[in-house]
Design a protein around this ligand. Structure first.
Ligand code: ZN
Length: 283
């Protein structure tokens, strides 16, 4: 499943669409949510700087190439769901006919942005702006961004004190910080030396500081590595990620821990697999 690093890698690889003029939007089979606007209304708008919040890509569509980013008309939110990826086909590179898993083509005068999503949990949604519904509703419950300077170890500690859940599912919920999905939550907890079953309230200032640094380290490495390609993730240029080769514990049950040599264990927490080292991750 694309997690925050894969969405950020996608964002960095779709720069070619910035400044382009929209020619049209072709939709295939229904996605998780409806577009919410007549696609013909998007023609003639210009694409602003592509942003990201959590796992949503935000494509501002502006009246002109020089329009202020927060001026009308609005924003397209793209979500990759469970299996989605975006590909950028610059003008001059022949665009294949849409396949049966290609469910959205944003055609512009610079090329086409194509969403391929076999499981169709992804979406393309129009909103008059990031503060307006339905964008405001989709973005409202998200926790802090991991690389936002406002997200500090002290902020993490305050959020941990308000929760009794074990730390691993709490990380997955996105309320402590967004982006620590299943792979990266397991690896960050190993990096911080914290047992994934530890109740949040038992994590004190020293361990919160380690976890805060570990989340940034693991997510930063994953972005630099182009994300993780466990099954089908590709960036917008069709390139696979390399983080899977650098995983600390995720998916490595029975293999030796790089720190202590003990065997990595797999347990289930809230129906999700968790990997950790019982030797060097403490409750
Ligand atoms: Zn170990």
């Amino acid at each position: 499943m694309p997690e925050l690093p894969e969405v950020e890698v996608t964002r960095r690889s779709v720069g070619g669409v910035q400044g382009a003029r929209v020619l049209g939007l072709r939709l295939g089979k229904p996605l998780r949510w409806p577009l919410g606007v007549d696609p013909s209304r998007l023609a003639g708008l210009h694409v602003g700087e592509v942003g990201r919040r959590g796992k949503y890509l935000l494509l501002p569509l502006l009246d002109g190439p020089g329009a202020a980013p927060d001026a009308a008309p609005g924003v397209l939110l793209w979500h990759l769901g469970m299996s989605g990826s975006l590909a950028w086909w610059p003008l001059g590179r022949p665009l294949p006919e849409p396949g049966r898993h290609d469910h959205a083509d944003l055609r512009t005068d610079a090329g086409t942005l194509r969403l391929t999503d076999p499981r169709r949990f992804g979406a393309v949604v129009w909103a008059p702006g990031p503060e307006a519904p339905p964008a405001s509703r989709l973005l409202a419950g998200l926790g802090p961004e991991p690389f936002d300077p406002a997200w500090t170890a002290g902020d993490l500690l305050a959020r941990l004190r308000a929760r009794r859940a074990p730390i691993k599912p709490a990380l997955l919920s996105g309320e402590l910080v967004v982006g620590a999905g299943n792979i990266y939550a397991s690896d960050a907890l190993w990096e911080a030396g914290i047992d994934p079953r530890t109740p949040c309230t038992r994590i004190g200032p020293a361990r919160a500081t380690r976890l805060h640094a570990a989340v940034r380290q693991v997510l930063g490495e994953a972005i630099a590595a182009g994300g993780s390609t466990l099954r089908d993730f590709r960036n917008a240029h069709g390139e696979v990620g390399q983080y899977q080769g650098r995983r600390r514990v995720y998916g490595r049950e029975g293999e030796p821990c790089a720190r202590c040599g003990g065997a990595i264990r797999r347990i289930m927490q809230g129906q999700r697999a968790t990997y950790f080292c019982p030797g060097c991750q403490r409750r």
